[in-house]
Design a protein around this ligand. Structure first.
Ligand code: ZN
Length: 302
């Protein structure tokens, strides 16, 4: 028995994936040491994974094959739980009333919001849960018209005051894991693009998608010999930003294997400015932006 247990221990941390039979959501679970003990006794392990207003019992064997899934409704409705409020105070707050809601995390982020009343936030959260992942919806919340924008069930943007169509479009480009949206500074930069345009060009969309994934984009220096020339050309191309170009177009900085976000924080400039310079370098074949490996973020943990 003890030998079997030590074999099974290798399963700790393995990922088990299955679909909720009720709502179709993908459930991701990491095998724990206790699961291995259970497997060593009966060959089958059962865990309960929360999924919205219900729970999914998942039974699996030592080959990590799912042997059965059973759905039960939760006795206590989830809206009775407390909502957590985040307020990050970014330096450049956009002139727009935007609240970011994370239904699965029971969290609202008011870093970019003017509306902050508790009752309003509670009501807003309830409505956001209903519209999560459903695109653009206009809903009245406590007599205020609110535009909800959500392209994934894990994050909803609520625009409270009159807004531009471009801003709605900008927010609907967000489809990444919630952990990345938490940075109010980044969101402020992205929103500022939507605020300042009549319509989004292809270049804007490209910039927004890079801003959103800046954490996950690694800078690779391809042609160091072209750097001196690039510094000269870019000083002219990016007008009035000679200092910025000098800081970024530097062999030590570009060959350090940093991500775009790390580069921005090292040089103390905004991610957007770094991306503008990198785009010019990329066009000339001097650097390459390579996505890091896919993040495997657990959605549900028992
Ligand atoms: Zn479900």
């Amino acid at each position: 028995m003890s030998e079997a247990m030590s074999d099974l221990r290798e399963l700790v941390g393995s990922i088990l994936m299955t679909k909720c039979p009720r709502c179709g959501r993908t459930l991701i679970y990491r095998v724990t040491e206790r699961d291995c003990e259970e497997l060593s006794r009966g060959g089958i392990c059962t865990v309960a994974l929360p999924c919205g207003d219900h729970v999914v019992l998942v039974c699996f064997d030592r080959d990590l094959n799912v042997r059965g899934t059973y759905v039960y409704r939760l006795a206590a409705p989830p809206e009775r739980k407390r909502i957590r409020v985040i307020d990050q105070k970014p330096p450049r707050r956009p002139n727009a009333d935007i609240i970011v809601i994370y239904p699965e995390l029971m969290t609202v982020d008011v870093s970019l919001a003017i509306s902050r009343g508790r009752d309003f936030l509670r009501e807003l959260f309830k409505r956001a849960v209903e519209v999560a992942g459903k695109g653009v919806k206009i809903v009245t919340v406590l007599e205020k018209p609110v535009v909800f924008v959500s392209s994934s069930p894990s994050v909803v943007f609520a625009l409270v005051h009159p807004h531009k169509q471009t801003l709605v479009e900008t927010l609907s480009l967000f489809t990444m894991p919630t952990s990345r949206v938490f940075k109010a500074n980044l969101l402020a930069e992205v929103i500022n693009i939507g605020m300042s345009r009549e319509s989004l060009t292809l270049k804007d969309r490209e910039l927004i998608s890079k801003l959103i994934s800046a954490d996950n984009l690694k800078v690779e220096l391809v042609s160091p010999s072209l750097l001196p020339l690039a510094r000269h050309v870019l000083s002219l191309a990016i007008k009035g930003r000679r200092d910025l170009v000098k800081k970024i177009v530097n062999q030590d900085v570009l060959s350090a294997g940093l991500t775009v976000t790390e580069l921005a924080s090292l040089l103390d400039v905004s991610v957007r400015e770094v991306l503008e310079v990198l785009r010019e370098l990329e066009k000339r074949g001097i650097v390459r932006l390579e996505p890091l490996g896919e993040e495997n973020e657990p959605l549900q943990v028992a």
